[in-house]
Design a protein around this ligand. Structure first.
Ligand SMILES: Nc1nc2c(ncn2[C@@H]2O[C@H](COP(=O)(O)OP(=O)(O)OP(=O)(O)O)[C@@H](O)[C@H]2O)c(=O)[nH]1
Ligand SMILES: [Mg+2]
Length: 302
């Protein structure tokens, strides 16, 4: 069992130069998930624990249910580890998931306002961003979910799909971080994630501006999470190809996702038009028959 200073040193001194880094120079810990689940608070918590100074709000935290973080902002935690506060999504419709995957795959610029675009606008932005995005960044996905929100069976299906796609995109099974650990929903929510075959589930209580009394339990929870993340990075690094190839794979993945989404949309539109046309014909036919009947009736009376 390591002590707190030992764990802290281990995390702070972790460097990709010590492993077979294939040319990767920095790790981007990509935080993603729904609005208001505690991503920004987690960043503040990590800085508080690793810097071990007074509590500061580095990342903007909203006092309500979210929608606050609208930029992809980076926060350097150590020389090697950088946290990325991605824009949260409200519902998992196909447009938002396209955006989420482009962010997650690090295909959009960092530290710039995130403007969401419908249709193939996203493809243009990905191509445009190629000049600015650093391919030597190793992507590590962390899915943030608040226990307080609960998780129904239907929502769990949606989350599972999101996590599976994120895994296929990044090559890493996202680590699931449950916030609001002390909420009574913890057991039930954790069980849902366990059913999804998630490999690593961590639960913690974020420090907040209202409550940042440092307890050993809270402090250690954060350090243990990082130690696990580092072990995982070392394992995955062995199995990665070059940073450029990896980025190209991610790009192809997201472009295919957007292309298929647009194709589905076009097909749905064509099907809708055909259904409408068939309905119009049926109605016209019914009207014609009505008129015929009325005309026949008129003849009999005469
Ligand atoms: N008690 C408690 N409050 C938390 C925890 N995590 C987040 N909060 C609170 O929940 C609210 C939303 O947290 P944020 O960190 O802004 O969430 P976010 O995911 O960054 O939200 P967006 O950027 O809007 O998507 C804030 O009021 C936080 O103080 C936690 O673990 N425990
Ligand atoms: Mg935020």
């Amino acid at each position: 069992m390591q002590t707190i200073p030992e764990m802290t040193n281990f995390i702070k001194n972790f460097s990709l130069a010590d492993c077979n880094n294939k040319g990767f120079s920095r790790v981007l810990l990509q935080l993603f998930g729904y609005l208001g689940h505690g991503k920004s608070s987690f960043i503040n918590t990590c800085k508080y624990v690793l810097d071990d100074t007074e509590y500061k709000t580095y990342a903007d935290v909203k006092s309500n249910d979210g929608g606050n973080t609208t930029e992809r902002i980076t926060y350097e935690l150590t020389d090697t580890l950088t946290l990325v506060d991605n824009r949260g999504c409200s519902v998992m419709n196909e447009y938002e998931t396209g955006e989420i995957f482009a962010q997650l795959g690090n295909l959009l610029p960092l530290n710039q306002q995130v403007s969401w675009s419908k249709g193939i606008g996203l493809v243009d932005r990905i191509v445009e961003a190629e000049r600015y995005v650093q391919s030597s960044d190793f992507i590590y996905p962390i899915f943030v979910y608040s226990v307080k929100k609960g998780l129904s069976a239907d929502e769990a299906l949606e989350v599972k799909e999101l996590l599976t796609t994120a895994r296929n995109l990044t090559g890493i099974c996202p680590l699931v971080l449950l916030t609001h650990k002390t909420n009574p929903n913890l057991r039930a929510v954790r069980a849902r994630f366990e059913d999804m075959d998630v490999e690593r589930i961590f639960a913690l209580e974020n420090f907040t501006p209202e409550d940042h009394l440092k307890t050993r339990g809270k402090h250690e929870d954060v350090l243990k999470l990082y130690i696990e993340v580092i072990r995982d990075i070392e394992f995955r690094m062995e199995r990665m190809s070059s940073p450029e190839d990896e980025r190209e794979k991610r790009k192809q993945f997201v472009l295919k996702f957007v292309y298929e989404r647009e194709l589905r949309k076009t097909q749905q539109e064509v099907e809708r038009k055909l259904r409408e046309e068939a309905r119009r014909k049926e109605e016209a036919e019914a009207r014609r028959k009505e008129a015929e009947k009325a005309a026949e009736g008129g003849c009999t009376i005469q």
